[in-house]
Design a protein around this ligand. Structure first.
Ligand code: NAD
Length: 361
């Protein structure tokens, strides 16, 4: 039986360990925190089994997983996926150690905002991106990229019931988080005219399964802040003091979203306590910002149009991809909204990409 090591037993790692154990792999879940491992064990005994059942992936009534704080327990891994805190130097240190201990493993990272090549170069070992979307049991997307043959990674993703998407080139944030981050930054402007609940209700009315603030809560407001700050380094247009301040205030008061029971919403375990929205708002500008980033991703050769479209569908569980939405709403309409917002605010997030400029000057 192949051995799979998961490092980091938080929101993502704990659920990912459930996916691999459910698929029949021998799984070792490693973390430096005994408390995190204990929480993961509890979630794997109940919540994750229920989630697996809900998405019709459940294959067994009990998940066999070794929970450990001993790095050496990872030594027999065939596949090692790192899903620890979003901190580049921690990830590099992790793989420096892993390369000494895990002699036969192939390596992957679930990083949301770094390139696998940054980790590979820092640790002098080949690491691929194997990026889940949240909630990882429910969402079918796994973005894969890296230097060399990706076929084994694709096979692992398929074996645990996921729909892998292979990117042509690496970039910070891969495809999904670049689009989500652009959307997140535009929320800073939307919040000036509507509440988080009104924005979420409007997005859901449009057909998306989860509201954007609900997604923030599910990701974790601390992780969202780490990712936003990291991606801002790579893409200065993602600067938004307003949204950073909002997230920082939540984090400072210990409200981390679903994992702490409160964020933008209150949470009862896996269930969000819904909030009433008095009004709906026009979300065309928010859609325009996402399409704008999607066009940049295609232009940079990270992935082709069909792949970017597919990533949006898989991550939002919405029947239309980002370019299908653009067709429905109208590229000209989106371009006009961007131009107007850019003129009014001067914010780089609204500057039309070359794709839009070529189409509409
Ligand atoms: P989390 O904060 O819930 O969990 C992180 C875990 O890593 C903690 O249990 C912590 O004890 C552990 N840890 C920290 N340093 C460690 C080390 N040196 N060795 C071993 N364990 C260590 O975070 P998360 O939301 O599960 O995110 C983990 C990774 O997955 C991050 O890279 C994040 O960007 C990425 N990711 C997160 C999401 C999301 O929606 N939360 C989605 C996709 C990818």
């Amino acid at each position: 039986m192949e051995v799979v090591g998961i490092a980091g037993a938080g929101t993502m790692g704990s659920a990912i360990s459930a996916l691999f154990a459910n698929a029949g792999y021998e799984v070792v879940l490693y973390d430096i925190s005994v408390e995190a491992l204990e929480r993961a064990r509890k979630r794997n005994e109940r919540e994750h089994l229920l989630e697996l059942e809900k998405v019709e992936l459940k294959k067994r009534d009990r998940l066999e997983i070794k929970y450990t704080t001993h790095f050496l327990d990872l030594k027999d891994c065939d596949f090692l996926l790192e899903s620890i805190k979003e901190d580049l130097s921690l990830k590099i240190e992790f793989f420096k150690k892993a390369k000494e201990v895990c002699r036969k493993a192939i390596f992957a990272t679930n990083t949301s905002s770094y390139m696998p090549s940054e980790i590979s170069e820092g640790a002098n070992v080949n690491v691929f991106l194997f990026h889940f979307s949240n909630p990882p049991i429910e969402m079918p997307l796994v973005e894969i990229s890296g230097k060399g043959d990706t076929s084994k990674y694709v096979e692992y993703a398929r074996k645990i019931g996921k729909s892998p998407v292979v990117l042509r080139k690496q970039c910070r944030g891969a495809v999904l988080n670049r689009m989500l981050c652009a959307l997140g930054v535009s929320l800073g402007y939307a919040l000036k005219i509507a509440s988080p609940y009104e924005i979420d209700a409007s997005v859901k009315l449009f057909g998306m399964k989860y509201g954007v603030f609900e997604i923030f809560d599910r990701i974790g407001l601390d992780v969202s802040l780490d990712v936003l700050r990291s991606l801002k380094e790579a893409y200065p247009r993602f600067s938004s003091e307003f949204i950073e301040d909002v997230l920082q205030q939540f984090v400072d008061s210990g409200k981390l979203g679903k994992k702490s029971g409160e964020g933008f919403y209150r949470w009862l375990g896996e269930e969000v306590v819904s909030e009433k929205a008095e009004n709906y708002i026009d979300i065309t500008l928010m859609l325009a910002v996402v399409v704008n980033e999607a066009l940049r991703i295609v232009e940079e050769g990270i992935a082709d149009r069909e792949t970017v479209n597919e990533v949006w569908k898989l991550a939002t569980q919405y029947p239309n991809g980002v370019f299908d939405i653009a067709e429905i709403v109208g590229y000209k309409n989106l371009a006009d909204q961007l131009k107007r917002a850019y003129q009014e605010t001067g914010a780089e997030i609204f500057r039309p990409s070359r794709g839009f400029e070529l189409l509409f000057g």
